[in-house]
Write a protein that binds this ligand. Structure first.
Ligand code: BYC
Length: 315
């Protein structure tokens, strides 16, 4: 990376003034090392989440109940792979190579979203993931589309457009099953019982336990806190789930007309941190699947490199 000069109070002030004025920071611009570090941390975690996030739904592609559902799910899972690509590219604009990031994932040193360590046990889970997990992801990503770093913000605009389709297909599935036979309705309820809390946890710890939020908000990477985004998610999804006759698995969930918000009960943060540490139901299986895919794809990477080298030699 070009040496754009050392950090000084004047440089930092000029940088923060640009952010305050709503300007985007672009790859060649001066930025504090901590800003670059935060972005690499977040964007790589986000990219890994997209790629690992293909696994739960990908497992259901061969078992989709109709050709139409299979086509929709195939398109969705392929979209997630594309999101991983945009995000690895965005991270590379900050001077890291995707090989380093992928090595960190495969060696278990990198984080990815906790929610993908839970098992999708029935076909109804595929709908619930689309409605709730993509629903939570969109709330977070619409916020990140306003992010101060140009490449991340632009990747988010594209990703949000596609995630909106994912959210709609998930909602359409769950509504169909919730209004279907008694068996379908029971499957939808069972899926909700298992995915509600992991979806809330996905949006990160409470603000009081979120060490990164103050700096990210100060530098316009996040424009909302974890709790603000979670509140938006609950306000939209809780009434819609109840409306269709499903029961949200939270005895303390209530609407407060005084503040116009839905309030949820306590989140099991011990469970959340256990999953983040690597002790969730499927952490080991997810990493093993990524390692296997990396090895199985080795010959493709080698063939591409050999082809590129031959073209260069004959150019
Ligand atoms: N899981 O200070 P905090 C998708 C970590 S995929 C694991 O609040 P921050 C989809 C956090 O990294 C899109 N770890 O962090 C794909 C930090 O540790 P480090 C998923 C978590 O960054 C397929 C520590 O806890 N979306 O849509 O301010 C199918 C303290 O947290 C989690 C993204 O990846 C978690 N849930 O805020 C369907 C969004 N939460 O790094 C759908 C991008 C926190 O300091 N990421 N941690 O060691 C973000 O927006 C933010 O990183 C978070 C956390 C809101 C997640």
């Amino acid at each position: 990376m070009a040496d754009l000069g050392a950090e000084s109070p004047e440089r930092l002030a000029a940088f923060e003034a640009r952010i305050a004025a709503g300007e985007k920071i672009e790859p060649g611009d001066w930025m504090p090392e901590a800003y670059r570090h935060q972005l690499v941390r977040m964007i790589s975690q986000h990219a890994h989440s997209e790629v690992v996030g293909m696994l739960p739904e990908g497992a259901w592609i061969p078992r989709a109940p109709s050709l139409r559902r299979k086509l929709i799910l195939l398109a969705k899972v392929q979209d997630e792979a594309g999101h991983g690509q945009y995000l690895y590219h965005a991270a590379e604009t900050l001077g890291v190579h995707r090989d380093e990031l992928i090595a960190a994932l495969l060696e278990g040193r990198a984080k990815y979203s906790s929610v993908f360590n839970y098992p999708p046990l029935t076909w109804a889970d595929v709908g619930m993931i689309g409605w709730l997990v993509d629903g939570a992801a969109i709330k977070n990503q619409v916020m990140l589309a306003q992010c101060s770093y140009g490449p991340y913000s632009r990747a988010m605009v594209r990703i949000c457009a596609e995630e909106t389709f994912h959210h709609k297909q998930g909602k359409e599935m769950v509504l169909t099953y919730a209004r279907g036979t008694a068996h379908q309705r029971a499957m939808a309820q069972d899926a909700l019982d298992r995915w509600w809390w992991p979806s809330l946890m996905m949006l990160g710890p409470h603000d009081s336990d979120s060490p990164n939020t103050p700096q990210l908000v100060r530098w316009g990477v996040k424009t909302k806190t974890n709790d603000q985004v979670r509140q938006e998610f609950v306000d939209e999804h809780a009434p819609e789930l109840l409306e269709v006759g499903l029961e949200v698995p939270d005895p303390e969930l209530r609407f407060d007309p005084a503040d116009g918000h839905w309030h949820h009960g306590p989140i099991d943060w011990d469970e959340f941190w256990a999953v983040v540490r690597g002790d969730g139901p499927l952490n080991a299986e997810r990493l093993e699947a990524r390692r296997r895919a990396f090895e199985e794809g080795r010959w493709v990477r080698e063939a591409i490199a050999a082809h590129a080298a031959r073209r260069e030699a004959t150019a």
